[in-house]
Ligand binder design. Structure first.
Ligand code: ZN
Length: 120
C-alpha cells in the first residue's frame, strides 16, 4: 500500500496513512452529517501520527465508543477510532494529493442506525 501524509488546515497535526483510498464513505450519523466529510476507512496499524499530539482534542458523544479527534487550533476533524478496536477513519479532505473527484466510489455508512443511548 502507498503511504500518504495528511494534515489539519493549520498544519499543527500531521499524520501518515498506508492506504489506496478505495474504501471511502459518507456517514449519516448526526455528527458526520454536521461535519460533511468523506471518510477513508483504514485499520489502526495503517495510521501513524507524525506531529501534533498536543494539538489534538478528543470528542466523544452518546455511547462514547468511537473516539473523534480534531485540531484545537483550526477545528478540522482529522481522524477517528471506530467501534471495533482496530478500525479507524481519516478525513479525505486532509490529503493534498487527492480531491473528492479522484475517488472511484464513495460508499455509505448508516451511522444513524447504530445503537444510540439517546436520539439527537
Ligand atoms: Zn490545525
Amino acid at each position: 500500500m502507498p503511504k500518504y501524509q495528511g494534515s489539519c488546515h493549520c498544519q499543527a497535526v500531521i499524520f501518515e496513512v498506508e492506504s489506496d483510498f478505495k474504501k471511502t464513505v459518507r456517514c449519516d450519523c448526526s455528527l458526520c452529517k454536521r461535519k460533511g466529510t468523506v471518510i477513508n476507512l483504514i485499520e489502526t496499524e495503517e495510521f501513524k501520527l507524525l506531529k501534533g499530539k498536543e494539538h489534538i482534542i478528543l470528542y466523544e458523544w452518546n455511547t462514547k465508543v468511537a473516539k473523534h479527534y480534531f485540531c484545537k487550533t483550526c477545528g478540522i476533524y482529522t481522524h477517528h477510532k471506530r467501534r471495533s478496536a482496530d478500525a479507524m477513519g481519516v478525513n479525505v479532505g486532509c490529503f493534498d494529493h487527492l480531491t473528492l473527484d479522484d475517488l472511484e466510489k464513495i460508499g455509505k455508512v448508516e451511522g444513524s442506525s447504530l445503537t444510540l443511548i439517546e436520539k439527537r
